[in-house]
Design a protein around this ligand. Structure first.
Ligand SMILES: [Zn+2]
Length: 358
């Protein structure tokens, strides 16, 4: 491949197709990781794409369309707090103001790109003839292991709502205020946490998490006058997620009213679900079936570069089983046999798309 680094620091490998008018298929994933990460979240998708190109070259298979392998520069958003930096640049949706965002050490995105040696060529692929974007990625969850399947075709990337929930009652002495006269905010929060769990259990595909909670002022001998929690709700169907959030808010209000407390509910973030392209997804599924692996379809609960690329072109994703569903951790691992299945699927996908385009 002809290789370059674009203006957003993405590594781009280009394999020309036999028909210059047939457009370009994008493959890849991200090269950055979280801190103290595993080896597979991101890089596996880049290396798998390179392997597929190598196989095409070795077997002298020429596809009508060009294949570009993208290694995105910054997906996790750890340094600048801006996820999908590389892929948003490729999609042409990166706000110019993002270049002036500074990391904790004061270095801006612009300065970091210059220091890294980003190339002169603009990252945006907007306006080009593109066939789509396909990303291979580890599942980062335990479902494939539980189903006993090596790979899954991703149906959608779940939308998410985040909120901060605060119950306010009255602090008091833990020894002198009788139980019947208390307005204990932590007890309301405890009710709410279990209501969140019950709501998610009652709706297929819904996941809801209270990941941070605190009782204030936070002393063993003081009745909590306030209690604060984060809420994270995800589902592949926006209507289901929005309905669940509405119902949880009503439930929180009822819990507060029942204990004579005040409720504050602040929605901090809401991102819509991203559907994968039916045509590309069908080609991936056909490649899975041809290899004899079970047909498993999964929504992705985590975000990926495909979210950003979906604003540019048709997208599809293939998940690979990872041990114990462990990710964002040095223990992250994949079985080479599963990777072999995934490579076979990606190769089958490319050849099928080639036949369709040719
Ligand atoms: Zn990733």
């Amino acid at each position: 491949m002809a290789v370059r680094t674009d203006a957003a620091g993405n590594l781009v490998g280009h394999l020309p197709g036999s028909d210059p008018d047939a457009g370009t298929l994008l493959l890849g994933s991200h090269l950055d990781t979280v801190r103290d990460a595993g080896a597979f979240d991101g890089p596996l998708g880049v290396i798998a794409a390179i392997e597929c190109v190598a196989l095409l070259r070795a077997e002298e298979v020429s596809l009508p369309f060009s294949v570009d392998v993208l290694g995105f520069s910054d997906e996790e958003g750890l340094r600048f707090g801006t996820p999908y930096l590389g892929s948003r640049a490729v999609a042409g949706t990166l706000d110019a103001a993002t270049l002036d965002v500074a990391a904790d050490d004061g270095v801006t995105v612009r300065e970091a790109l210059a220091a890294f040696g980003a190339g002169p060529e603009p990252a945006s692929r907007r306006g080009e003839r593109l066939l789509g974007y396909c990303e291979l990625h580890i599942e980062q969850g335990p479902v494939l292991e539980q189903r006993g399947a090596p790979v899954a075709v991703v149906t959608a990337i779940a939308g998410a709502t985040r909120a901060e929930v605060r119950f306010t009652g009255r602090a008091g002495h833990a020894g002198t205020v009788p139980m019947a006269l208390r307005r204990d905010a932590a007890c309301a929060l405890a009710d709410f946490v279990l209501a969140v769990e019950a709501a998610a259990n009652a709706e297929a595909g819904l996941v809801a998490t209270v990941g941070r909670l605190s009782a204030l002022p936070g002393a063993p001998n003081v009745i909590p006058g306030a209690a604060v929690a984060s809420l994270d709700v995800r589902h592949a169907d926006d209507a289901v997620r929005e309905q669940a959030v509405r119902q949880l808010r009503e439930r929180a209000a009822a819990i507060a009213a029942g204990r004579a407390l005040e409720l504050e509910w602040e929605e901090r973030m809401a991102t819509p679900a991203v559907a994968m392209d039916p045509g590309l997804t069908a080609l991936l599924a056909a490649a899975v079936a041809a290899g004899g692996a079970p047909d498993v379809r999964l929504p992705s609960g985590a975000g990926h570069d495909a979210v950003a690329l979906s604003e540019l072109t048709a997208t599809a994703m293939l998940f690979v089983r990872c041990a114990g569903g462990v990710s964002h951790h040095p223990d992250e691992s994949v079985d080479p046999a599963d990777v072999a299945v995934a490579l076979d699927v990606l190769d089958g996908f490319l050849r099928r798309l080639g036949e369709q385009a040719g």
